[in-house]
Design a protein around this ligand. Structure first.
Ligand SMILES: Cc1ncc(COP(=O)(O)O)c(C=O)c1O
Length: 433
């Protein structure tokens, strides 16, 4: 048997076990698949802690007062938000649901920042009632609504204003947010009037500006240009330069450099807003993507023009390949040290030809019953999971030091059927009769 080295995109501490199985957080991944079933999201705790600590330390090393906020949309899981909170990281939420998950995970309300480009009155009331630290104003009309709600709740609410800097992130259109024609924030022309409006609102305090140019960025060039664009709007105690640091999804992809990203953002903040500014950063995928590996069972291998390796999940647990053409790699967890010899297309079980997880995999003689691992699925996998084909959304297991702990259980048929409250054999007309 010839051997190969482990992929560089596997989580921190991944190894080949004595039986040739992939070890994640010291746990045998084939055993994890047996114990918890598949599809299964595995999150490696040491990887989460390592990246979180690096962000916090890099911000501290920048010499600026700063705060890392986890963009929880990447992995809205109470235990993950709580783990980051223990390390001093706050939480960015974009819905009442994400707010509840962050609170459930033990994130203190004052460490939560509430976003949203379509906040309902109920969202605003929710955020105010729990006492979130910051609400990010996304449009002029929100100023009036948040101010009125804060006044009636007897709350003095600190807010940031999200500004669309008119700068495109160096990324794909679906995850670029800073360009002029964006649904997020107020533009540079409108911003001065909205700032005046907030400053005149009795129950609001404008503490700073916010921007987010996009995701999967390789460097901070776009962030610097965006910071330069919004700096003339005024001097405030806080600036939030968003998230967006990219990650390597496949062996050989450029790896996002946490220290360089934070240093670059801090230099931009210092140069544009002065030494005394407090810098907030909102990383999502850079904190959680690489910690996650999805385990599947191979249900069948078919050969025609291509070799098709069909697994028991797909676009229901990872929408990104279909949504953005995102690339991943795949490994056979049972024989992870063996040299791959079979070019294959890894596909899911769903009724779409686009349900293809890895189009250019190379696997060691894949066969039914193998456990297939797809690395770098710790961000926007669980959060974009869905019930297509009435699939049950997978559980998440946290692994560390050879131990595993279920932090999100698998969805059950009860969860699906529990929402079906209509009588299936009667029409609406029958019901009225
Ligand atoms: C406002 C805001 N902040 C932070 C993020 C996190 O982005 P990423 O996961 O690329 O770091 C996003 C992503 O959509 C966002 O919209």
């Amino acid at each position: 048997m010839s051997t190969t080295t482990l992929s560089s995109v596997l989580p921190f501490g991944s190894e080949i076990g004595p039986n040739g199985h992939l070890l994640l957080g010291g746990c045998d991944s084939v055993e994890l698949a047996r114990e918890y079933g598949t599809p299964l999201y595995v999150m490696v705790e040491d990887d989460l802690r390592d990246r979180a600590t690096r962000f916090v330390n890099a911000l501290e090393a920048s010499g600026l007062d700063g705060q890392v906020m986890f963009a929880s949309k990447a992995c809205p899981v109470a235990a993950v938000c709580g783990l980051f909170a223990e390390l001093g990281i706050g939480c960015d939420v974009t819905s009442a649901g994400e707010l509840r998950l962050a609170l459930h995970g033990g994130v203190p309300p004052e460490g939560i920042l509430f976003h949203g480009n379509a906040k309902s009155d109920a969202d605003i009331a929710d955020a105010l009632s729990v006492g979130v630290g910051l609400i990010v104003v996304d449009a002029a009309d929100e100023v009036v609504r948040i101010n009125a709600a804060a006044a009636s709740a007897g709350v003095h609410q600190k807010v940031l204003l999200r500004v669309t800097p008119g700068v495109e992130g160096d990324t794909i259109a679906a995850i670029s947010t800073g360009q002029e024609d964006s649904k997020f924030g107020v533009n540079l022309i409108e911003a001065p009037a909205v700032i005046e409006l907030i400053e005149a609102a009795d129950s609001l305090e404008l503490v700073g500006l916010h921007l987010h140019v996009g995701s999967q960025l390789g460097d901070t060039d776009a962030i610097r240009r965006a910071a330069e664009a919004i700096a003339p709007l005024g001097s405030f105690p806080v600036v939030n330069l968003g998230g967006g640091l990219g990650v390597a999804y496949c062996d050989g992809d450029p790896q996002g450099d946490i220290e360089a990203f934070v240093a670059g953002a801090a230099a931009a903040a210092r140069d544009c807003f002065g030494e005394g500014v407090k810098l907030m950063l909102e990383p999502g995928r850079a904190l959680t993507a690489a910690a996650g590996v999805t385990l599947y069972s191979v249900e069948g291998v078919k050969r025609n023009v291509s070799t098709w390796v069909a697994v028991d999940g797909g676009i229901s647990d990872n929408l990104r390949p279909l949504a953005y053409g995102s690339r991943y790699e795949a490994l056979i967890a049972d024989r992870v040290g063996e040299r791959p010899d079979t070019p294959a297309r890894v596909v899911g079980k769903h009724c779409e030809s686009g349900d293809e997880i890895v189009s250019d995999a190379n696997l060691p003689a894949p066969k039914r019953g193998d456990t297939l691992a797809v690395p770098v699925t710790g961000a926007y996998g669980h959060s974009m999971a869905n019930n297509y084909n009435a699939a049950l959304r997978p559980p998440i297991v946290l692994v560390s030091g050879g131990k595993s702990r279920l932090i999100v259980r698998r969805e059950r048929f009860d969860d699906l059927l529990g929402r079906e409250i209509g009588d299936p054999v009667r029409s609406v007309g029958d019901r009225d009769a």
